[in-house]
Design a protein. Structure first.
Length: 201
């Protein structure tokens, strides 16, 4: 799995500092993180990968493609996500094009081969001021595989949601009211591939 070097992370931290010096309203969004991660990868002059930024939102299977000098191709998605208690919550593809066909949706999602950079964000504030905190996790495509049946659930407001939980313990939700967008709740306990926090003040 492709990982950011220390030099890349340092450059990402530098760019995030600039972002938060300009915009105090909250997180750097996923589409902005994509571009900053590409900049960070290109900044490490000891490495000479070719990096293509695909970046077209939830309708493609990768945001970044990295081709290493040995020819290895790395397809990567960037997800900002949010940590809620003991889970990472991230969104994915909008799947309305499959016309409510759960079999086709499952087949499409399970064909995806990309790895994912999960970069959740939170804020902390105390007497010393506000801090913007990003973490970097790496997840391979197997974490997102669907290997159990879907169940239909009716929400508190009456809307239907489809739910399954895979053998990795990841809870997966399809929300028809949100253009059939897919959502994942990933236990932090299976995201052991964690680099470090970027803490900005």
């Amino acid at each position: 799995m492709y990982k950011l070097t220390n030099a890349m992370i340092q450059n990402l931290e530098k760019d995030l500092k600039i972002f938060h010096s300009l915009f105090r309203g909250g997180r750097c969004e996923a589409w902005q993180l994509e571009e900053l991660v590409v900049r960070a990868i290109k900044s490490d002059h000891k490495k000479s990968e070719r990096v293509d930024w695909i970046g077209r939102g939830h309708d493609v299977d990768k945001d970044i493609q990295i081709i290493e000098t040995n020819g290895k191709v790395n397809d990567i998605q960037i997800k900002s996500g949010k940590i809620e208690k003991s889970n990472m919550v991230v969104s994915g593809h909008r799947l309305g094009r499959f016309k409510e066909d759960l079999s086709k949706i499952t087949e499409f999602l399970n064909l995806n081969k990309y790895d994912t950079f999960l970069i959740p964000y939170c804020e902390e504030e105390d007497e010393l001021g506000k801090r913007f905190i990003y973490k970097i996790f790496y997840a391979d495509s197997n974490i997102f595989k669907i290997d159990n049946k879907w169940e239909s659930k009716i929400g508190k407001k009456g809307g239907e949601t489809f739910f399954t939980q895979n053998s990795k313990g990841v809870k997966i939700f399809l929300r028809p009211s949100m253009s059939w967008q897919i959502w994942y709740e990933i236990p932090l306990s299976i995201l052991t591939n964690f680099t470090r926090e970027i803490i900005l003040k």
